[in-house]
Design a protein around this ligand. Structure first.
Ligand code: SF4
Length: 412
């Protein structure tokens, strides 16, 4: 099969994986004339989808042949799709030539499972090794690891990759058992635990002060498919909170289930609304950076996020008694709960109010949506009056920021 034809098949097959943002790695460059590529700097094409996904990586599968039969996956063994397989040299050459043309900033490599997990993982690691050791490639590499592969292979992957990821695939171990019976949810978590230890070790200085070997400086991430099973948003976010806490993941990516050809009857016929995926990302940020817990974020009795307004707004609308918040005296934790105020604007407010009182005019300089925050704050020269009591406040807020979700494969 022609290389171009393989690329068409294996790049298309990789598009279902959303876990490829390139944040958080260490800086390397070849601007001194040594090596090739860099993880930062001029000449690298960064392109992000509106929800933050990096789309400038060469994102391919080594192969879409797979011996497993996960019912939600287009590459499962029983699926009737065109199959292809790259060899190591082909992936290396594609990465280098695309990099030289400035099409990409790095490589995201995943694979179906051929023969067995160790054999597959060896091939994936070999691509990264050849890029690093033979070609001195200094660009970004994200390897999707195979959960059941040996810890030794995982350890080698971490030497070459910037980021490693293992997909938990589904929000609960029970769902995984039903829809991907060959996968072992406990083994996935064990592998994440091993990676966490290796990543932590790589950050420790030994007693001699010697730097430990590099290991996946961009940390580890995972992906969960949303809407392939009946798990509600509360349980999804509980799983995320657990993964962040137990394995120090950099990111949990949420990928709305896309119906696949010849799908099993166990799967829904339709994708969930894409805005659900968007709300989960917003809720995920509240968990990690805004001091919310899952119970607070999920305001619906049905365990689902409100799709009409963002999760912070939904919480504020249900807790109107906690507003208006005085921007000049409220603690940081409360400022972070004001709809429309982000982490950066809260930091600016705290710094500015040390010098003098913040007034209405100052808000414009914070570049925040005034319509969104004004009902919830009080200032020396501004009071929201009875706006918090308006029965149609939610509708007003919906008009300020109507929900908008871009599809993963739509042009941006
Ligand atoms: S192991 Fe991965 S590639 Fe294979 S069927 Fe399952 S999800 Fe698809």
């Amino acid at each position: 099969m022609e290389l171009k034809q393989k690329l068409e098949i294996l790049a298309d097959a990789a598009k279902y994986d959303a876990s490829c943002a390139s944040s958080g790695t260490d800086k390397r460059t070849s601007s001194d004339g040594k090596g090739i590529g860099s993880t930062t700097g001029m000449g690298i094409c960064h392109s992000y989808a509106p929800d933050g996904r990096c789309i400038s990586l060469l994102k391919i599968l080594l192969t879409n042949f797979c011996v497993y039969d996960c019912v939600y996956c287009v590459n499962r063994v029983s699926s009737n799709v065109a199959r292809a397989r790259f060899n190591v040299e082909e992936v290396v050459n594609l990465t280098l030539s695309f990099y030289r043309r400035n099409y990409i900033e790095g490589l995201f490599l995943s694979s179906g499972i051929i023969r067995n997990p160790d054999y597959t993982m060896e091939q994936v690691v070999e691509v990264a090794r050849v890029l690093r050791e033979v070609h001195d490639f200094r660009g970004y590499i994200h390897l999707k690891t195979i959960p059941d592969a040996s810890p030794e292979l995982m350890a080698r992957a971490g030497l070459y990759a910037d980021r490693l990821s293992i997909n938990v695939e589904l929000p609960t171990i029970a769902s995984l058992h039903t829809l991907a019976p060959e996968k072992d949810g406990q083994a996935i978590r064990r592998s994440m635990g091993h990676l966490r230890l290796k990543i932590d070790e790589s950050k420790d200085k030994t007693l001699t002060g010697k730097k430990p070997p590099r290991f996946a400086p961009g940390g580890q991430s995972t992906q969960m498919i949303v809407g392939a099973d009946a798990t509600d948003d509360r349980a999804i976010l509980d799983t995320s909170a657990n993964l962040y806490g137990a394995y120090k993941l950099r990111r949990v990516y949420y990928s709305a289930f896309s119906p696949i050809p010849d799908a099993s009857k166990m799967l829904p016929l339709k994708s969930p609304p894409l805005v659900r995926e968007h709300r989960l990302y917003q809720a995920d940020w509240l968990l990690r950076f805004y001091g919310f817990n899952t119970e607070e974020i999920v305001t619906g009795n049905d365990g689902m996020l409100d799709l009409d307004v963002d999760p912070k707004m939904a919480w504020a609308l249900q807790h109107r008694e906690q507003f208006p918040v005085d921007l000049n005296s409220a603690p940081k934790a409360m400022l972070l709960r004001v709809p429309g105020l982000g982490v950066t604007s809260v930091a600016r407010i705290i710094s500015a109010r040390r010098v003098r009182a913040i007034r209405h005019d100052d808000l414009a300089r914070l570049r925040v949506s005034l319509k969104k925050i004004l009902p919830f704050v009080v200032l020396p020269d501004y009071h929201p009056g009875h706006s918090l009591d308006h029965h149609d406040l939610k509708q007003q807020m919906q008009q300020v920021m109507p929900p908008q979700q871009f599809g993963l494969f739509e042009p941006v």
